[in-house]
Design a binder for this molecule. Structure first.
Ligand code: HEM
Length: 397
């Protein structure tokens, strides 16, 4: 394929900073998106089983509403955390992403409405489940299927964006233009691998859940052991399935002996051993984070190899260095982002550890973090608008 086309499709305005930095941020933020995709689908999927058991089983009666709540919260997080990698893809691989959005334009619209419908039905399922209505599993199943379908569509866009050699064939099969926007292409092994990861992720979450609640007196040790043991089984079986699918995917890509791929396999084996030993689930989660970053790195490696193999010069992307923009971005990301997240996480941790009602206003650390977040946010808003107004008038007057 002649690389002129994909290089010409790059944004003539260039990128505001070194492309490698955006590539790193893409890997980091996609790993975060994936973590919540997997937790959402894993917790939701398991809760469907739980909703059939909870009437007769006292453990499921306690656990199922918690699973549903985890799934519900994770969907909002996966949406939020999907935006960052979306922006980074558009910055450094814009040609691929926009072609995918053109080839599958109709699916892009369908994706948005499916996500809204699926997520609203999730709330319906949660409410019906709370009231113990018998039809709740059916509502849940439909909502779950819609959200899985959203993931399949995302996968379709990802596959199309890294297939420049097929673009013409898909856009104009046999020379006849197909502008329906219904192009749909999946790579079944890659997709199966992504979906399989939901099982170990929910399993390790259950180990965490059990360890976290073990300091509370209102949860019996039998209940926590039940959750932990089931979590361990899911983690081990799920990791084995995912590992096999990963190896098959890498064989197909011809990347099995690549150092990043080998490091990923080693980290998965370490994760498997830790999940099996089940001593300290927080350490296991730390390794899960490493595995997630490796998997995200492998996805990027696959794309980078394909695109650079075709002559796409990522690191030679025209750069229009804008120190102000990148400074604002990094300050927002690090100072506002980290303080805000520290506030939310500290509060969530303390709420979960406490029996009864937690009064955040009486907690010194939470109050300090809340005030700091608010002050930084007000300052950020003022700087953001002042900066924008200065830029606007500097250019127009
Ligand atoms: C229930 C909803 C969603 C599910 C289940 C889901 C799942 C997935 C999966 C499985 C992938 C990996 C596909 C692959 O590599 O083959 C992916 C990629 C991605 N998702 Fe999502 N996703 C969802 C919603 C979103 C939303 C709302 C956004 C944006 C706000 C988003 C942004 C992204 C991005 C940017 C990628 C990477 C695309 C690329 O660069 O190749 N996702 N998602």
């Amino acid at each position: 394929m002649d690389a002129t086309l994909i290089n010409l499709m790059k944004d003539p305005a260039g990128v505001p900073f070194f492309p490698v930095v955006f590539q790193g941020l893409y890997i980091l933020t996609w790993a975060l998106h994936a973590a919540f995709v997997l937790l959402a689908l894993g917790a939701f999927g398991l809760s469907l089983y739980g909703s059939t058991k909870q009437k007769t089983d006292s453990n499921w009666k306690i656990f199922n509403p918690h699973l549903i709540m985890t799934g519900k919260f994770s969907v909002s997080m996966l949406i939020l955390l999907g935006i960052a990698p979306l922006l980074f893809t558009q910055v450094i691989y814009d040609s691929g992403w926009y072609v995918a959005n053109t080839l599958s334009g109709a699916w892009v619209f369908i994706f948005i409405y499916s996500l809204i419908t699926g997520y609203m039905m999730f709330y319906w399922y949660a409410a019906a489940n709370k009231k113990g209505k018998s039809g709740n599993t059916i509502i849940g199943l439909i909502s779950f299927a819609i959200l899985v379908f959203c993931g399949i569509l995302m996968h379709n866009f990802a596959v199309e964006s890294i297939s420049p050699t097929k673009w013409m064939e898909w856009y104009a099969p046999n020379g006849v233009i197909n502008n329906s926007g219904f192009n749909f292409h999946i790579d079944i092994i890659r997709l199966a691998f992504m979906v399989s990861l939901t099982i170990p992720v929910v399993g390790i979450f259950m180990q965490n859940y059990s360890d976290f609640l073990s300091t509370r007196k209102d949860f019996s040790s039998e209940y926590l052991t039940f959750v932990k043991n089931l979590g361990t089984k899911l983690a081990v079986v799920g990791l084995l399935i995912s590992a096999v699918l990963f190896v098959v995917w890498m064989l197909k890509e011809g990347l099995l002996l690549n150092p990043v791929v080998l490091a990923t396999i080693v980290s998965v084996v370490v994760l498997l051993l830790l999940a099996m030993r089940n001593k300290n689930s927080y350490v296991t989660t730390g390794i899960l984070v490493v595995v997630a970053l490796f998997i995200s790195g492998v996805r990027e490696l696959v794309r980078y190899n394909i695109m650079s193999g075709l002559g796409y010069d990522l690191y030679g992307y025209h750069m229009n260095l804008e120190i102000e923009t990148i400074t604002m971005f990094l300050l927002t990301f690090v100072i506002l982002g980290f303080t805000g997240i520290a506030f939310i996480l500290t509060m969530a941790w303390k709420v979960g550890k406490r029996e009864g009602v937690f009064d955040a206003s009486k907690d010194v650390a939470v109050t300090k973090l809340a005030n700091a977040t608010l002050a930084i946010f007000i300052l950020w808003t003022a700087v953001y608008f002042a900066w924008g107004i200065v830029a606007l008038f500097k250019n127009t007057l």
